[in-house]
Design a protein around this ligand. Structure first.
Ligand SMILES: [Zn+2]
Length: 269
């Protein structure tokens, strides 16, 4: 009898160990998400110069920052692969940028841009300054200022009507796609936007126009958390200087890297 009880105990111990092991096996299934790939998108390019300052074009500033970001990322964060949507002064349609991001299974899409205020480069204009972080979201028309400007790239595309026909937000099937995006990636995009904002304001002492949700096309069709960084106002002489300087670009790049580190910590990967 005692022998049977002893055997029973052994069986019980094995059973516990086994079920515990199974449990342990199932836990990583939830957390095995591995952050592997960042897509770095230099806004505009080629025939699309983007916003203009008094002596520089947005397309050149964004490319320079993007190239530096890739170089710094490859050195600082070696377990993450970074992929550029363009490496030179080439025009890449918006939907192709999202396609590159999706084909490479990006875990985060970072689009680099420069802002510009409607006053242009006139001397009286230079009031607006600071960074702005855009994430894709439903929006009211009035709030679409930056989105309209960034989306204007599609008018440089010959077949934009055909390529972007599907962007009709009143179409129910597109709403499903958009809803899925919002459920899955909206929160993470905002979180990364907030972390970027913390670095730009807290470390670099930049002014900020905050994190906003707008209908930016290049973010809409990237199936991953995505943030468009308006790095500063290129038509503000002070900021144009900063955006074109090595020091300014270095600060922006390092802020993005710190934010990325904090983001990975926050999502547990
Ligand atoms: Zn832009």
């Amino acid at each position: 009898m005692r022998y049977i009880a002893f055997l029973g105990m052994i069986v019980l111990v094995f059973w516990f160990q086994n079920s515990f092991a199974q449990q342990k096996d199932t836990i990583p299934a939830v957390t095995t998400f591995k952050f592997k790939t960042v897509i770095i998108d230099a806004g505009h390019g080629g025939k699309d110069a983007g916003a203009r300052g008094s002596h520089s074009f947005e397309k050149n500033v964004t490319l320079s920052i993007a190239l530096k970001l890739k170089a710094a990322l490859d050195t600082a964060i070696t377990d993450v692969k970074s992929i550029l949507t363009r490496t030179d002064d080439t025009f890449i349609p918006l939907n192709q940028r999202s396609a590159i991001a999706n084909q490479n299974h990006g875990n985060l899409f970072i689009s680099i841009h420069c802002n510009s205020s409607p006053e242009g480069t006139a001397a009286r204009a230079h009031k607006q300054k600071g960074v702005l972080l855009l994430v894709y979201g439903f929006h009211r028309l009035k709030e679409q200022e930056e989105a309209v400007r960034e989306n204007a790239s599609i008018f440089q595309e010959k077949d934009y009507k055909q390529n972007y026909e599907s962007y009709d937000e009143s179409d129910p099937s597109n709403l499903i796609v958009l809803n899925a995006y919002i459920q899955k990636y909206r929160k993470q995009s905002i979180r990364f936007g907030d972390l970027l904002d913390d670095e730009f304001t807290g470390v670099d002492g930049r002014e900020s126009n905050g994190v906003k949700e707008q209908g930016v096309l290049v973010l809409a069709h990237s199936a991953m958390p995505a943030v468009l960084i308006e790095t500063g106002f290129i038509n503000n002489p002070e900021e144009e200087e900063y955006l074109n300087s090595d020091e300014g670009q270095h600060q922006i790049v390092m802020s993005i890297i710190r934010a990325l580190r904090n983001y990975r910590k926050a999502i547990g990967s």
